[in-house]
Design a protein around this ligand. Structure first.
Ligand SMILES: [Fe+2]
Ligand SMILES: [Fe+2]
Length: 350
């Protein structure tokens, strides 16, 4: 495959050639000396120090011209949360850290590109620009929170609207496939929950305004995870009880961040704080029971659990839609039964 390699450090060029070997063609350029020619095929790989302002600024300019490249692979140090978030803010579709991971990811992209070409020839939809843009907004929000800066409500609303438009145009299933193909970890989860919540709201014939309200709550629901240490957030295994305790602080962290910004409605704050509450009072952080849990939160919780089940986790394979739905059905007493029933067609169609 043709790899367009962009770096801030010339010594990284022979290193990447050694890692990739002769089966990939590499077109390497050093940032700042780049004349951005159009890239029509292959993959764009970027290895630059995203902690420094200069390469980030240069990349913003270069990537502005390369907005339409479908696969943008960033080489990052995954333990540096800021770097990962910055990569997604710049439009990364995947991040990798170790050489072995780079090779595996390229092989995956090659397979996916061939499948996309075949699908395009067969007339089906291509990867959506809405997804890449929405993911970039998620990246920016996470970076801002990490740096203690406010982010714009308008950006979160615009990302939500793009997701709604994409699903309206192509349906939920292509959206979910796109997200799972291109993104991982927390970003994948946030994009999936938003897509599922929007698809759910459409299936139960919500008004356009209500679809937006639920979509925005879903976009922001896990924003508190931006402050959870990455070794817990991306741990390649199940969390131990102490780590679980830290993880469970994310709804209150998210609530506090949004509350401090003073521009988010009570309803959004409620969704962010209470999406892990259950009707029988066994949820967290406040142990609410049914009368205290709003309809919006009930919908959000179902979308959130379902998304988590159909995601790949390092310690388990993703579940199919029907298998994940069975789990929701088994959570009687915790989730609103009539909504779980209404969710059936969303789960089985996804
Ligand atoms: Fe959550
Ligand atoms: Fe979540």
């Amino acid at each position: 495959m043709l790899v367009h390699f962009l770096t801030d450090e010339p010594t990284k060029i022979p290193a990447i050639r050694a890692i990739l070997g002769p089966e990939h063609d590499i077109a390497a350029q050093v940032l700042g000396t780049v004349s951005t020619s159009a890239i029509s095929h292959g993959v764009l790989m970027i290895d630059a120090d995203l902690r420094k302002p200069a390469p980030v600024e240069q990349l913003k300019i270069v990537l502005g011209d390369l907005r339409d490249v479908s696969d943008k692979l960033f080489v990052v140090q995954k333990h540096l949360h800021h770097m990962v978030a910055q990569a997604f803010a710049l439009g990364a579709t995947s991040v990798v850290s170790r050489p072995k991971e780079i090779v595996t990811k390229l092989a995956e992209i090659e397979v996916a590109q061939k499948a996309a070409q075949a699908a395009a020839q067969a007339g089906s939809a291509n990867a959506s620009p809405e997804m890449t843009h929405s993911a970039a907004v998620f990246g920016s929000m996470f970076t801002a929170i990490r740096d203690g800066r406010p982010f714009k409500l308008a950006d979160a609303e615009a990302a939500t609207s793009e997701i709604i438009n994409g699903i309206e145009r192509n349906g939920l299933s292509p959206w979910l496939n796109d997200v799972r193909r291109y993104h991982e970890g927390t970003f994948q989860h946030c994009l999936l929950v938003t897509g599922i919540a929007v698809g759910f709201a459409m299936a139960i014939k919500f008004s356009a305004a209500d679809i937006k309200r639920l979509g925005l709550a879903a976009t922001l629901h896990d924003i508190g995870k931006a402050r959870i240490p990455l070794q817990i957030l991306d741990k390649p295994g199940r969390l131990d009880p102490d780590e679980e305790k830290v993880m469970r602080t994310h709804p209150v962290i998210g609530y506090d961040i949004l509350k401090a910004q003073q521009e988010f409605s009570e309803e959004i704050l409620d969704g962010v704080r209470h999406h892990h509450e259950y009707l029988d009072g066994t949820g967290y952080p406040d142990g609410l029971s049914a009368p205290q849990i709003s309809d919006l939160v009930r919908l959000l919780t179902i979308s959130d659990i379902y998304a988590a089940l159909i995601e790949a986790r390092p310690y388990r394979a993703p579940m199919t839609g029907p298998a994940a739905y069975k789990i929701l059905e088994g959570m009687q007493g915790k989730l609103e039964g009539s909504l779980v029933k209404a969710f059936r067609k969303v789960a089985l169609a996804a």
